[in-house]
Design a protein around this ligand. Sequence first.
Ligand code: IDP
Ligand code: MG
Length: 139
Amino acid sequence: MAGNITFTMIKPDAVQSGYIGAILAKINEAGFRIVAMKMTQLSAQKAGEFYAVHKERPFYGELVSFMSSGPIVAAILEKDNAVEDFRTLIGATDPAKAAPGTIRALYARNVGENAIHGSDSDENAVIESSFFFSALERF
Ligand code: IDP
Ligand code: MG
């Protein structure tokens, strides 16, 4: 059975460009409920831990440096089929390949600075949510 939560971050490029409000509106309109939310900034060490699965990839250093370069907005979102529906809402990793109207098509700069994160599985949604939020921060 599909899980009902996913984890997201509005990435430093989109925060810096002033897109927090527009992106949250898209998330709301798509029917997700906000379970937890915070604005914070990752250290390079924490960004490296979060993306550890990519540490052998050629873009890992660039990714860690970008993700720790400025504030982000982290959130847990709830909806039926949350992981898959949220990946559909954000679009492909590379905004040039993202479907029209998706968050990345609208707000991403390029494949690295791509505006938003979305969990890729129910298991990772739980792990990533716990990386940022305690039980007391969830509503
Ligand atoms: P996803 O965010 O769509 O799940 P992943 O393949 O998990 O994409 O990659 C994680 C993040 O790493 C991407 O969102 C993007 O910020 C960055 N990234 C992925 N591929 C590249 C690349 O080819 N060059 C630079 N950065 C990349
Ligand atoms: Mg991914």
